[in-house]
Write a protein that binds this ligand. Sequence first.
Ligand SMILES: Nc1ncnc2c1ncn2[C@@H]1O[C@H](COP(=O)(O)OP(=O)(O)OP(=O)(O)O)[C@@H](O)[C@H]1O
Ligand SMILES: [Mg+2]
Length: 338
Amino acid sequence: MAKQIGIDLGTSTTLIFVKDKGIVLRAPSVVSIDRVTHEVIASGKTAKRMLGKTPGNILALRPLKDGVITDLEVTSLMIHDFFERLDMTSVFNRPSALVCIPYGVTEVERRAVEDAVFEAGAKNVGLIDEPIAAAVGAGIQVSKARGAMLVDLGGGVSEAAVISLGGVVQSNSLRTAGDELDLAIVNHLKATRNILIGEITAEMLKLRIGTAIDGIDRGSMEVCGRDLDTGLAITIEVTTEEVREAMREPLSEIISMVKMTLEETPPELSADIFDFGIVMVGGGSLLPGIDQAIHERTGIRVIIPQKPKPRDCVCVGLGRMLQSTGGDFSEFVRYKVK
Ligand SMILES: Nc1ncnc2c1ncn2[C@@H]1O[C@H](COP(=O)(O)OP(=O)(O)OP(=O)(O)O)[C@@H](O)[C@H]1O
Ligand SMILES: [Mg+2]
């Protein structure tokens, strides 16, 4: 029988779950290819190290942006390379894949996911709404008539969704997420310190010393960039406060989106959410103080799952669906293709 797998194709990270095995791959969604032949040179971690550093004949690319595929061919090359690592590319080993898609995507964006995974070598492809997979992964009993709110703060997209009875009742998404926070740090240092740093360095600042609220001091960090006056490399020390200040606006936008989703939620479900709390997943939920920042603006407590880790919830959710015998979850598959 074909291997059954779940794929969380994220803007920053791709995770693959193999039925009966668990998560077998966790790699940056980056691929480097030969500019002329389009042959894959590296994917995942190795390719990420090449970003912004490639010579003319090599392209290092992130084929997804804002949660959606921007280059279909490159995406399928990347996934194919991941499949190859897992020995799933021979005719007999082609997997049957369950893939999640952000809730608000367009028909064209949805088709791109199907096509990319199919082209990469999958025998067939089923699609699941990401908030449902995230909820299942976080251990929420999605089929109950009880409202639950999921907030997924990823690399390319922030999503807030209210689910009940196995479906999405209310949802909003914003193409302001982790990548935009990095960009805000780049822009802030450009404006206040007259220095240009790369986005990878900005992400490092966010991860090491970033916070979402005042009162958490994570110290400072030295970074190297280009002095915009002299054009020369320079090292500066950046503080926690500077990073927080840089991220203030995009973070506020994200929290406003969460608040708006709550305001649009039917009252019976709001009461459930008020009782239970907001469940937060995705890499952004690891930013110190983000739970408190959301709590302060909404009055609702925020739960960040510990096991599985917030970045694994979507993929673990897909895995649980695959694992469930008797096809309990088949009703959640939105589209079964090919
Ligand atoms: N400790 C941390 N603090 C702050 N941000 C973090 C932390 N760890 C990871 N991130 C950020 O989380 C983002 C990646 O999260 P995640 O893996 O959930 O995204 P994704 O699923 O690939 O993207 P998307 O769901 O938007 O398509 C990146 O922007 C990364 O910088
Ligand atoms: Mg994601």
